[in-house]
Design a protein around this ligand. Structure first.
Ligand code: C5P
Length: 281
């Protein structure tokens, strides 16, 4: 048997840092959406008892440090699975980008192995297991539009009909998420997630643009000013808005027409090598 599972990237339409928690993590409030830039997880059975990971990408480990491995071994141990499995990870989402690549791969592995091993675990159970791997994994179990809060563990799927074109621009450098979170101070800019959510749920695109924002953007831009240059260029070339996703460094632009998205892609190509035209799912 072979099971193939799609793992879509995410963008943060809004990311607000509500406060610092006693465990060192931060209380967040976010509006997330999936986009159709996907990694793929293929699962097949092997003889023996091992978890073997193979990937087309040589830019990340295929050992126990990989989120796919963590997801597989967590399920295997928790449910005392005796058989071995080979997981082929086809990477298309840039890594260390703010696009949730590792988290979506872990979530897709949990979904796929849930079927492969006939575990019949509920979505809530998969989210709780995913949360043991990383803060964005519970959201990635279901994906789509969602309001996410707490540490990332409270996920509320939203019915939103807005489906803009998205141009993703990933600069050649990465940024460490813990470094960005560690630099948070009291002067951080705040984002009105409840108004953003209301605009999205009402299908009001212009209001949604108005309320979009990312509390981490200023912190990352101080360290990587090129992100501001990408934003400026996208806006100058006609993007409806341009915002950093997650802790960065990827910037995404939204626009309503595909023609405009194509124009944005062309105008960014000489500027950054990794530019993608995608759509909110
Ligand atoms: O959970 P995950 O390993 O994905 O988080 C990466 C880093 O992001 C953490 O080490 C922490 O510095 C930061 N983080 C945070 N508060 C959250 C989620 C992540 O401070 N709610």
């Amino acid at each position: 048997m072979l099971i193939i599972e799609k793992a879509p990237a995410k963008i943060n339409l809004g990311l607000d840092v509500v406060g610092k928690r006693n465990d060192g993590y931060h209380e967040l409030s976010m509006l997330m959406a999936s986009v159709d830039l996907n990694d793929y997880i293929s699962i097949s059975e092997i003889e023996g008892d091992d978890i073997i990971i193979e990937s087309n990408s040589h830019r990340m480990p295929v050992n126990e440090k990989n989120d796919v491995y963590k997801a597989a071994s967590l399920l295997k141990e928790r449910y005392a699975i005796q058989s071995g499995v080979k997981i082929l990870l086809e990477k298309r989402i840039p890594i260390c980008a703010g696009l949730g690549g590792g988290s979506t791969d872990a979530a897709a592995t949990l979904r796929a192995l849930n079927r492969f091993w006939n575990l019949e675990l509920s979505c809530e159970k998969l989210q709780a297991l995913g949360f043991e791997i990383g803060s964005d994994v519970p959201y990635c179990i279901q994906g789509g539009y969602a309001a996410v809060s707490g540490k990332g563990d409270i996920v509320e799927p939203l019915a939103v009909s807005i489906s803009p074109w998205v141009v993703l621009v990933k600069p050649d450098f990465g940024i460490s998420t813990p470094t960005v979170f560690k630099a948070i101070n009291t002067s951080i800019s705040r984002v009105n997630i409840s108004s953003l959510r209301a605009a999205a749920e009402a299908g009001d695109y212009q209001q949604m643009l108005h309320y979009m924002g990312n509390s981490l953007e200023d912190i990352t831009i101080i360290r990587k000013p090129f992100i501001q240059k990408i934003k400026d260029r996208l806006l100058k070339c006609g993007a409806d808005t341009a915002l950093m996703t997650g802790s960065g460094p990827t910037v995404f632009a939204l626009c309503q027409s595909e023609k405009k998205a194509d124009r944005l892609v062309n105008s960014m190509k000489g500027f950054c090598r990794q530019v993608y035209k995608v759509r909110v799912l």
